[in-house]
Write a protein that binds this ligand. Structure first.
Ligand code: UDX
Length: 461
């Protein structure tokens, strides 16, 4: 926590500031000038949504290729409806522009930090990009002559905004938080593949504010979203994001552990999930058993939270188990394959799906990658197909597996088909007629599949 005598309950009360302490701020403006730092999934989605709501938006990214793409209205990431909305903002409304220079942020009322927070090899959060952007924003703030609000949207472990980001902003701007500029932490809960919809319709908006004035300003931006707004202090907001992702991860590992047992007992986990999910205290979401959770957030955030707990000397037996279950889960498919095919050496195995989930080309921490790596270690000959994720997977497995142009080529001549991502085009039952199929995502109806396939087995059913 920043050492500030005026902090009350973790937040600064704007009423303690004298009018002359405050730099010029035109309150109540309908169109807000917004800067977004980092044009990844969250940054670009935020930029496009705010611009489509009529605000004046600039995106800053150090990657010049991305900057050019955005200015040509071509999205560097693949998301449903993103290209269309980006094109409207860039070409028609002309209120969204990308730059690689932080100085462009000077004219913004609000700067959102949306840069990546990757993991180090020990699971600890890597704050390199966060530190760099705080420094650059601080330098830009030093030249600004209006009140700015800096909003952290990147996922950072509790204590980071106050312990790392604010000190850097103050050092490089030579200005005082809560007086010359405001700071807030507004976590983002969007899901890839549905980014725009999630951003526009969040279940809740969390505004973690250093001071009430900052919170009020953000509330103005979010008022035309129809979601409830919860205002907290900064570190509570940081923790809400981690706790949410850790809880989602826990649900998935829980149902997978139950599912592993169900398979051995001849019970369908999906029936069990339906049965427990209709209890409103449990809820029916995030109970799809399968090969585990992947993606750029859930696994990384879980490890970062465990690591932060270790620093605080707190035990995380539950969270550690959630992580362990998830690491083993994709390999259960390989066990089933071995049981069916024996030694996997020189067996031709098709993996359908590389993305960590459908409707994204993102393969980061995907369960498919773990399955392919293990298959290769056991000497299998691997063919793959994914509608969107081939280019990303080629960067990892180029030369060691066969990338097929379509699903039919991928399954031709294969000893076994592994379904790893639930893309719609893999739901066509006729693809699997007479084949050996191991389903990691419950894409097929097990009863029908057992009749249709030469052999069909699901991971948890
Ligand atoms: C997640 C959080 O949902 C989101 O709130 C946060 O902002 C970022 O992290 P995302 O990474 O896009 O979003 O993916 P999500 O839809 O949550 O799925 C994560 C993984 O869990 C996927 O691999 C998915 O296949 C798996 N999953 C999800 C299951 O295995 N079973 C389920 O029931 C749900």
């Amino acid at each position: 926590m920043v050492d500030d005598p005026e902090l009350k309950g973790g937040r600064l009360d704007a009423s303690v500031l004298k009018k002359e302490d405050l730099l010029d701020y035109s309150e109540g403006d309908r169109i807000i000038n917004i800067s977004i730092i980092g044009a990844g999934y969250i940054g670009l989605t935020a930029a496009v949504v705010f611009a489509s709501k009529g605000h004046q938006v600039i995106c800053v990214d150090t990657n010049k290729v991305k900057v050019d793409q955005i200015n040509q209205a071509s999205s560097p990431i693949r998301e449903v409806n993103l290209d269309d909305l980006l094109s409207t903002c860039v070409n028609v409304k002309k209120n969204l522009r990308a730059y690689s220079d932080y100085n462009e942020t000077i004219n913004s009322d609000i700067v959102f930090i949306c840069v990546e927070t990757p993991s180090k090899t020990n699971g600890e959060i890597d704050l390199t990009y966060i530190r760099n952007s705080a420094k650059e924003i601080g330098q830009a703030l030093a030249k600004a002559n209006a009140y700015h609000v800096v909003v952290v949207k990147s996922t950072v472990v509790p204590g980071t905004t106050e312990g790392v980001i604010i000190p850097i902003l103050e050092e490089y701007s030579l200005r005082k938080v809560g007086k010359d500029f405001g700071v807030a932490m507004v976590p983002e809960f969007l899901q890839e593949g549905n980014a725009l919809h999630c951003f526009l319709n969040p279940d809740r908006i969390i505004i973690g504010e250093y001071d009430y004035r900052t919170g009020d300003m953000l509330q103005e931006i979010y008022n035309d979203f129809s979601s409830p707004i919860l205002r907290t202090d900064i570190r509570t907001a940081e923790m809400i994001k981690y706790a949410a992702n850790a809880f989602l991860a826990t649900k998935v590992s829980f149902i997978n552990e139950i599912g592993n047992m169900c398979r051995k007992l001849g019970i369908d986990t999906y029936e069990v999930a339906k049965g427990i999910g209709s209890d409103r205290r449990i809820g029916n979401k995030f109970l799809d058993a399968g090969i585990g959770f992947g993606g750029p957030c859930l696994p990384k955030d879980l490890e970062a939270l465990i690591n932060r707990a270790r620093e605080l000397d707190c035990e995380t037996e539950l969270l550690q188990s959630v992580s362990n279950v998830n690491k083993k889960q994709p390999l259960k498919l390989i066990e089933i394959a071995r049981k069916r095919l024996g030694n996997l050496s020189n067996k031709k195995i098709t993996v359908l799906g590389l993305a960590f989930k459908p409707n994204t080309g993102d393969v980061r921490q995907g369960s498919s990658l773990k399955i392919i790596t293990q298959l290769l270690q056991e000497g299998a000959i691997v063919k793959v197909y994914d509608p969107w994720a081939m280019a990303n997977a080629k960067q990892i497995f180029s030369g060691s597996i066969e990338f097929c142009d379509n699903v039919l080529d991928a399954i031709a001549g294969s000893d076994c088909i592994i379904i790893a991502t639930e893309w719609d085009e893999f739901k066509d039952e006729s693809l699997y007629n007479g084949k050996t199929v191991i389903d990691g995502r419950r894409i097929l109806n097990p009863q029908k599949a057992k009749q249709l396939c030469q052999y069909y087995e699901g991971i948890c059913w």
